[in-house]
Write a protein that binds this ligand. Structure first.
Ligand code: NAD
Ligand code: UDP
Length: 339
């Protein structure tokens, strides 16, 4: 049976997707340079599934390494997670972000084209909607970006659209993730950010476990019900299952589709803090801080297209998200590092 290649397969979303793919009967090959992950995540996926993963260390910008990968393994489709994702860092290191994300994707597509593997699921982001004029956000909303990370996702979307336009025998889905949170129910795999977390949920978890003293809530003067920012948080296992559905869709379809993966429901920062502390019976001290530059007030998905095209919708509740985040964090206070 051919492999599904996961670039960035050892990362947060990649590892959860690897598990769902193995559980659905696929064979998985991960290609990762471990710039933001460790092999331990994949070892745990193997333990959880009772199946093995082929793990190759390499960089998507390395054309020779990719050629070798495709020549040594029979690959039917690629799920392309590999990329850098820290918004703040991208403003400091724009060339690094464009090289890694944009040039890396071009190199990957060039090799895929050469070897005739033309099915690709790409990790895009709701960040391509910029500061959307209306919510819930449909896939047809105008796109824009306010930082190099967002620009890199937008540029890749344009590049992939141009490629399919030129060569209609490609099949691609641009999955626009909203805010992935949570962890596998086992507590064995989860999000393991380097240093101080940028994102809300890992920050809340680290405050709850005592690694950080308190959460800064970035602004309480937004035009939202409680003044704090509203986002569409989606359980990472639901998100992972969306990739399985996208691959199944590509088995039947060519062309390119952008598809939102979100729940369609928005929660505020304070909703998240309250849910986390109430459900898990743990204190999350916080204080109100100034707005974070570049943040928007409200962002949540119009999720109907995923249901219509992929037969997918989010199934996990907010309680599941905060419970599973806490199980992972409390069982692995230092992430994969202690392993
Ligand atoms: P992650 O950092 O946990 O995973 C990315 C993986 O890619 C890591 O294992 C990293 O080592 C690897 N990688 C990075 N550059 C590489 C390269 N040049 N060659 C090979 N491997 C490389 O991030 P994640 O949260 O799992 O995100 C996966 C994808 O989804 C990324 O493209 C990200 O931009 C996108 N995304 C993430 C979010 C989110 O909030 N987590 C939201 C929207 C989109
Ligand atoms: N946020 C916050 N404190 C933090 C991290 C995030 O108040 O330490 C807020 C942020 O302003 C936004 C929401 O939480 O309203 C989600 O932020 P995150 O960085 O997780 O995702 P994104 O900004 O990409 O939607």
């Amino acid at each position: 049976m051919p492999y599904i290649l996961l670039t960035g397969g050892a990362g947060y979303i990649g590892s959860h997707t690897a598990l769902e793919l193995l559980n659905a009967g696929y064979q998985v090959l991960s290609f990762d340079n471990y710039s933001n992950s460790s092999t331990e995540a994949l070892n745990r996926v193997e333990q959880l599934s009772g199946k093995s993963i082929v793990k190759v260390t390499g960089d998507i910008r390395d054309e020779a390494a990719l050629r070798q990968l495709f020549s040594e393994h029979q690959i039917s489709a690629v799920v392309h997670f590999a990329g850098l994702k820290a918004v703040g860092e991208s403003t400091q290191l724009p060339l690094h972000y464009y090289d890694n994300n944009v040039a890396g994707t071009v190199t990957l597509c060039r090799v895929m084209r050469e070897v005739g593997v033309k099915k690709l699921v790409f990790s895009s982001s709701a960040t391509v909607y910029g500061d959307a004029k209306q919510v819930p956000i449909p896939e047809s909303a105008p796109r824009s970006a306010t930082n190099p990370y967002g620009q890199s996702k937008l540029m890749i979307e344009y590049i992939l659209q141009d490629l399919v336009q030129a060569e209609p025998d490609w099949g691609m889905t641009l999955l626009r993730y909203f805010n992935p949170v949570g962890a596998h129910h086992s507590g064995q795999i989860g999000e393991d950010p380097n240093g101080i977390p940028n994102n809300l949920m890992p920050f809340i978890s680290q405050v709850a476990v005592g690694k950080r003293s308190s959460l800064s809530v970035f602004g309480n003067d937004y035009p939202t019900p409680d003044g704090t920012g509203v986002r569409d948080y989606i359980h990472v296992v639901d998100l992972a299952r969306g990739h399985v559905k996208a691959l199944q869709y590509l088995e039947q379809h060519n062309g390119i589709e952008a598809i939102n993966l979100g729940t369609g429901v928005g929660y505020s920062v304070l909703d998240m803090v309250k849910a986390f502390s109430t459900v898990n019976q743990v204190a999350v001290p916080y204080q109100i801080a100034p707005r974070r530059p570049g943040d928007i007030a409200v962002c949540y998905a119009q999720p109907d297209k995923a249901k219509r095209l992929l037969g997918w919708q989010a199934e996990h509740s907010l309680d599941d998200m905060v419970k599973d985040s806490w199980r992972w964090q409390s069982q692995n206070p230092d992430g994969y590092k202690q392993a």
